[in-house]
Design a protein around this ligand. Structure first.
Ligand SMILES: Nc1ncnc2c1ncn2[C@@H]1O[C@H](COP(=O)(O)OP(=O)(O)OP(=O)(O)O)[C@@H](O)[C@H]1O
Ligand SMILES: [Mg+2]
Length: 259
């Protein structure tokens, strides 16, 4: 890694530096939101779930955006995020000061945001797949949270591998109308291969169905097919298509905060 990537830049440090969620003793549960297809709702579900965990269950959540599109930050914060301390940078910087990467976005929700920086993202793509890479970089801050939510980009790339490697649970986000359900099996095979390479157990898998309209015959058949493939791993709650979801994301709030 080149020197300039690793060097801290004083002026760019976070202003919110001191306002972190206080220490929590139990080990955090790490969830990765995954699908190799784009636009299935990974980011939307991670963002809305984080806010619901905060508001309704009083859980502390750290949202980590491993997608250089940076949509998770945009969904959680209406204001532009200026800090160059991105999740991509965190992955490639040795001995990163984790507190400089954490942005407070709600009383119980912190964020490590992302945005596309070519050199950094190429460096992430070149990272060797090592055990506990992300967990080591987050380090002692892990203990402050009940949950770590990791949003991943579309495609089975290094960032997604890193997220899956760190996760206790992978939430596969499937959108109704998505073709090629068999590809989902390929994703699971890919995860298994990675775990075998790292000599680690597979994270547990849950499948969340998005854009499900129970009035549409196609959607009901689609759900049956998912049930046939995934059985009990398919979550019972399905998310319907809703314009409120799109409007809320555009305003940097969750659906439950929209009114
Ligand atoms: N249930 C829903 N109803 C209506 N719109 C939705 C729903 N879920 C997601 N969307 C919209 O679909 C678009 C894609 O969602 P999102 O960005 O969450 O997908 P993604 O899987 O994260 O995409 P990417 O692979 O590009 O990261 C967004 O505009 C989002 O607001
Ligand atoms: Mg996304």
């Amino acid at each position: 890694m080149q020197e300039q990537i690793c060097a801290p830049v004083g002026a760019e440090r976070l202003q919110q530096k001191a306002s972190f969620t206080p220490l929590k003793k139990e080990t955090s549960k790490v969830l990765a939101f995954v699908n190799q297809k784009g636009g299935t709702g990974k980011t939307t579900i991670a963002q809305n779930l984080a806010v619901c965990f905060d508001l309704y269950h009083d859980k502390r959540v750290l949202c980590v955006d491993l997608d250089p599109q940076g949509n998770l930050g945009q969904g959680l914060l209406h204001n532009q995020i200026d800090t160059p301390k991105t999740a991509d940078r965190l992955l490639v910087v040795p001995k990163a000061s984790i507190n400089e990467y954490i942005i407070k976005v709600r009383p119980n929700i912190d964020l490590i945001h992302n945005r596309f920086q070519k050199e950094l993202h190429e460096a992430v793509d070149r990272l060797p797949l090592l055990p506990d890479l992300l967990r080591r970089q987050i380090g002692p801050a892990l203990a402050r949270y009940d949950y770590i939510f990791i949003d991943t980009p579309a495609g089975l790339c290094r960032s997604t591998q890193i997220a899956v490697e760190a996760a206790n649970q992978v939430v596969l986000i499937v959108s109704c109308g998505m073709y090629g359900l068999k590809d989902m099996i390929a994703v699971i095979d890919w995860m298994l291969e990675n775990c075998n390479r790292l000599i680690k157990p597979m994270p547990s898998i849950r499948v969340a169905l998005n854009n499900y309209d129970k009035h549409r015959r196609f959607d009901r058949d689609f759900k049956l097919e998912l049930q046939r493939i995934f059985g009990d791993e398919l979550l019972q709650t399905h998310i319907r298509p809703s314009v409120r979801i799109i409007e809320a994301a555009a305003r940097g709030v969750s659906v439950v905060e929209r009114n």
